[in-house]
Each structure stands twice: as structure tokens, then as C-alpha cells.
Design a protein around this ligand. Structure first.
Ligand SMILES: O=C(O)CCC(=O)C(=O)O
Length: 276
């Protein structure tokens, strides 16, 4: 029986997905995979508009707070800065079982950034990985990157060192990385998914056009997210969100701050059963 309190999901074309075994095998062995055309063109167009608007807000603060040079072209914590970002959380429903298999249970949003890579490089062009605690046996974080333009070698498609999430506990030198890295290319609307232990880098954009993306990252519910998304949207907003949004945005993995919030039956707790 559908839950009558949950809003109807929007109608949109279903993406074509790898089966669960090949997704798990590829993520395990290579550490990254591109799901082509995960969202349709019309959605990409709307998200690009939201991204350009959100950049104005982020940039104003980056400049005001004296961190402009290091942050040019980057955006952070897009939930609440445009409808498509919240809608995208719902669009993840088809990959939730794949991600849950990866984590061995429920997961939540850890951060939701964006990148407008114009000619040249960005801070993400340095070789890095996104989890500070190297944890090959216990996945703590999972990166995704939604391509809002075609990703090509010329415009700086993300460079991935396949297998390095398991084989390289320490950072490879630039020569080793350059020799082994592959470009994660794909048409706009594609979703790059990668193990956060994997060494990777944004490429260099040698074209005159921007290469735009959003980069939601996910973690186990007991890992501290980089931003308090339920607080951004407000507890009351939960009523109008889908089950997928409630779970991923972290509404079931909050920290109580009053005894009244703490003393609740399991179905109303801030940190619900089943979150690990
Ligand atoms: O923009 C890119 O190609 C890479 C983004 C990245 O490094 C990241 O999301 O950690």
C-alpha cells in the first residue's frame, strides 16, 4: 500500500542502469563507473540554470569572506539553493539499492557541491581523494558527479586512477597518476559514481566553454555530514518530502538537542532504527 502521506513522485524517463552484480563488481575492482544519461536533457537544462543562480550566492560569500582566489567556479551545499537539487535526490531512487549494497545498509547525503570549470584548472585538479580516513574494507563515503555538459578529454573530464581505492593507501606521485589515469567521459546527464578512496583529479579545460557538474557525496548515516540539510530545510518540511528524500537528506539520522526530542517512540526518533 502506498503511504498516503507521501507526495507522488514526478513522472520522468527511467535511466538504464547496470545490474546490481556488475555495478558492485566494477565499483569493487575499478572503483568507478559512468551511468550514461542518468537524467534527461530537460532536467540538465533546468539544473544548469539553478547552478548559475546558486553561484551568484556562493560567490558573494566567498568574496566577502576573503577566500575568492581558491574557490572560483566552485559551489557548495546546494540543497535549498534551487528546486532541481532537491529533485535530484528523488531521481536517485533507482540507484538507492545499488548504493545500499555498496554501504551494506542505509546512507545519507554528506555534501552537495558543484563546479563550473572554465578554461584552465580548479583546486579539484590536484590529485586527491575525498575521504580523510582511508577505509577500503568499510566504505564510509561514495562520490557522485552529475555531468551538466558533455565531459570530454578537451574540456577536463575527471581523471580516475582505476583500482587505486584498494591498491594505493598513499597518494601516487603526479607521474604515476598521469601514466595510469583514465578520463571519465560521457554525455551530459551522465552520472559518474566512484569510491571515495579512489585517487582522482578534475582535468584541465582547454576549450572556451564551461564544463559544469554537481558532486553529491553520500556516507553511512553515522558519519558526520558536512552540512545539516534537515536544518537548512526545516523539520516541518519533512512532511512534503518523499521517503527517498527524507532518508537521503538525513531526516532519520539527526541529533536530538532536547530531552523531548530524545524521549520518543522509535518511529518518531531523530535517529531512527536501521541507520547503522
Ligand atoms: O570536477 C571534477 O572533475 C572532479 C571533482 C572532484 O574532484 C570531486 O568531486 O571530488
Amino acid at each position: 500500500m502506498p503511504d498516503a502521506t507521501l507526495p507522488e513522485p514526478h513522472a520522468h524517463p527511467a535511466p538504464s542502469l547496470p545490474d546490481s552484480d556488475s555495478f558492485a563488481r566494477t565499483l569493487g575492482e575499478r572503483g568507478w563507473i559512468v551511468i550514461e544519461r542518468f537524467v534527461e536533457d530537460a532536467f540538465v537544462v533546468r539544473m544548469r540554470e539553478d547552478l548559475e543562480r546558486a553561484y551568484v550566492t556562493c560567490r558573494r560569500l566567498q568574496i566577502a569572506n576573503g577566500i575568492a582566489p581558491d574557490t572560483e567556479g566552485t559551489l557548495h551545499h546546494l540543497i535549498g539553493q534551487g528546486d532541481t537539487f532537491l529533485e535530484f535526490i528523488d531521481r536517485l531512487a533507482p540507484v538507492v539499492p545499488l548504493f545500499e549494497r555498496h554501504f551494506g545498509g542505509k546512507f545519507v547525503l554528506n555534501s552537495f557541491g558543484g563546479n563550473i570549470l572554465r578554461r584552465g584548472a580548479s583546486y579539484a585538479s590536484a590529485v586527491h581523494r575525498d575521504v580523510r580516513t582511508y577505509s577500503p574494507q568499510l566504505p564510509l563515503l561514495l562520490n557522485t558527479l552529475l555531468m551538466l555538459d558533455d565531459f570530454t578529454r578537451e574540456n577536463g573530464a575527471t581523471r580516475m586512477l582505476a583500482g587505486s581505492h584498494r591498491s594505493c593507501p598513499t597518494k601516487p606521485d603526479d607521474v604515476t597518476f598521469a601514466a595510469g589515469a583514465e578520463a571519465a567521459t560521457g554525455p551530459s546527464g551522465s552520472l559518474l559514481v566512484f569510491d571515495s578512496n579512489l585517487w582522482h583529479a578534475a582535468g584541465v579545460n582547454t576549450t572556451g566553454s564551461a564544463r559544469r557538474s554537481v558532486t553529491p557525496m553520500f556516507c553511512r548515516p553515522f558519519v558526520k555530514p558536512q552540512f545539516d540539510y534537515p536544518r537548512v530545510l526545516g523539520q516541518a518540511r519533512m512532511e512534503s518530502l518523499s521517503e527517498t528524500q527524507r532518508q537521503i537528506l538525513g531526516y532519520y539520522a539527526r541529533i536530538p538537542a532536547t530531552l523531548d526530542e530524545w524521549y520518543q517512540p522509535p518511529e518518531r526518533r531523530m535517529y531512527r532504527p536501521g541507520q547503522g
